[in-house]
Ligand binder design. Sequence first.
Ligand code: HSE
Length: 322
Amino acid sequence: MSLKEGVRIRVPASTANLGPGFDTLGMALSLYAWIELRQSDQSVFELHGSEMDGIPRNKENLIYKVAQMVFEEAGVSVPELHVGMYSEIPLTRGLGSSASAIVGALAAANALIGSPLPSSKLFDMAAGLEKHPDNVGASLFGGFIAAAWDGKHADYVRIDPPAELETLVLIPDFQLSTSKARGALPAQVPLSDAVFNISRSSLLTAALSTGRLDLIRSAMNDRIHQPYRAELVPGMTQILKEAPDRGALGIALSGAGPTLIAFVKRGEQQTEHLKTYLLDTMGQHGITASVMLLSPDQEGVCVLDYDRSTSLMDMIRGEVRI
Ligand code: HSE
C-alpha cells in the first residue's frame, strides 16, 4: 500500500430531503470545507474559520476518529496525524456540515493510504456514521442523489441537476440540532401522507432528471417531516406557503433545518425580490438570518494537488467565501 506524505481534499456542503425525500434525496451545494491530513510524529490539529470554535483539537476530533476507521478497515496503522481544516459550512444549520466532515475525513484518509477502499465502501461507512444516506451521498458524489440505505449498504443513483437550477438558502442565526429536529417527528404517519410523499419524491426525482423545472413547485411538497418541524423554525410555515408566489420554483426545509432552501432559475430577476422577502419575513418572526445564492456542486469530494511548500490556508485563499 502506498502511503503518501500528505493529502488535501475539498468537500461540498449539501441539502437533504428536498421536501418530500426524507432521508433519501440529497444535493451537493457550492459551499465547501477543506481538509489536510499528513503523517506526523505526534497528532496536531489546525482548525481554521469561525465555524471551528468548540471543535475538539485532540484525538476526539471527528476527522481524526473517522480517519482511524478507514485505516482500520484497510488494515494499516497511522496513529499520529496532522489534521488541518478550514470550513465555510455553517454548523448545525441543515447544510450537512457533519456529513461533509465525515465524507472529507473518509476521502482524505483513504487517499493518504493510496485509495484502497472503493467509493461504494466509503458511502456505506459514511451512511453508517450519519444514520441516513442523503447528505453524505451528496457530499461524496456531488450533484443530485437518490439513495436507499438498509442499515449496512446504500444503493444510489446520481444525476446532474438541471444547468438552470440555482438555490437561495436562508440561514437563520440560530442552531438546531438534527437530534432535536428528529425528536419532533411522530413514530407513525397516516398512509395518505406516506402516499403524498412517495408521489412527490418520485415526481421531484423525475423532474430533476428531465429538467422539468415547472414541476418543482408541486413536487417539493412534504407532509411527513416539515409540518412537525415547523414549530422549531419561526416563519417557516408562512415562507413555505408564500415563497413559490415570490419567485421560488419550490422551497423546502434544508435537511433537519433551520435553513430553508428555495430552488430558483439561474439569472432570474425575481430572485433579488425573493431574497428580500425571505429575510423580511423571518425578521417579522423575530429571527435574523443571512442569505446565500448557491449552485449545485457537480464534483462531490475531490482530492487536490498536495504541495507542502504552500500551506492549506494559502492554497485556498481567494477561493473561500467567508
Ligand atoms: N434526512 C435528515 C433529516 C437530514 O431530515 O433528519 C438531516 O441530517
